[in-house]
Design a protein. Sequence first.
Length: 428
Amino acid sequence: MSTRSDQTLDAINRFMDSYIGFGTDFAPIFEAADNDPECILAGGYASLLGLMLETPDRLEIAGKYYGQAKAALDKGTERERLFVASVGDLLNNRIGDQLVKLRQLVIDFPGDLFAAKLAQNSYFNIGDDQTMLWIADQVIGRHRDCAYAYGMRAFGREQTSQLNLAEEDGRRATEMQRKEPWAHHAVAHVMLTQGRHEEGIKWMQNLSDEWEDRNSFMFTHNWWHQSLFFLEQEDFATPLEIYDERVWGVDKTYSLDQVNAVSLLWRLEQLGVDVGDRWADVSEYVSDRYLINDQPFFDMHYGYALARGQHQGALEKLMSGMEKMATDAPDVTRKAWAEVALPATRGFIAIADENHKEAVKWLSAARPRFQEIGGSHAQRDLFELAWLTSLLNAGDYGTALPLLEARVAFRDNVAMDARLLARARERN
């Protein structure tokens, strides 16, 4: 890379390690870019970090460092130029162009695990599981001694239903490097999908000490996963305790922490659990958000939280923005906004208003295409449960019954699913 500064190299390594390993040591990249303006990657990473911020000055910060990196491009390597160009696409909302460049980085420079991780995350956000796995497969040969690479492949394999291979990779990554929370998370996905609840609880509990110094998303998300094992067994007290102590309160302003909290509270409510006044706090923080309409998956959570917390003004702003995205979003995501996220969120608002027939009307169109809004299978199951419980609450037992029978046939030892099926059979 285009630098001779040990300080810059150190900051870049810390930035990359924090991104791939879900750490917290990001900020030094700004100082490195300021002190070494001719280092193209420092400027590119600083620009990307600016875009990751959820503050009003995020675009200004990102633009400043992108301009700095771009000005030095004539001295850079091919890899640096391609990466900075991908950041420029993201900055200018050219998502399709950015994805093309990220794929090219993976093909041409498989040694760049940071670019591969960024590419995986980008394809995750549009629900393209096959490309997520392809990315991991492209780089694994160059990273046979790196736990993070196996954690990345484990998640790609799990999302493409290669469950045994995913668990093998996740366990291998954890044996190579115990502090690999993404690998822990991938194995938890496998165990949840297979209904191995007790085994999953032990797996996550035994590794939970490795999450303490990770960023708030990884910490809260792995505890969210732990909560699902209890919840699906119909132990509702433990998830509420985990919510209060591990899921909500680490960084209440951060989008992904809010999504974890909304998801867990809403699941509990769909199963008839009284969550007390917890919606008041989380919906207040969601209503104060500066950054909305960034990803359809996020907005779908925000919409329910705002409706549940009766923040009408913030909800109207959110929905107005979603309607704009339905016409103005980049081609890659426009249909996901218009044909999935927007109608689904209208259905979720109807659920909050206890208008279940209205919810069924909106969710009927969106539900078959939830994959397109990104997120994992486990995360999107929140929306599937919203659909199923709306059918039951609307009295449409005939539609709900075969769907619930299929769930139980797929995982026949899940108390949550069995109870929902019994409810449909009793009324049908």
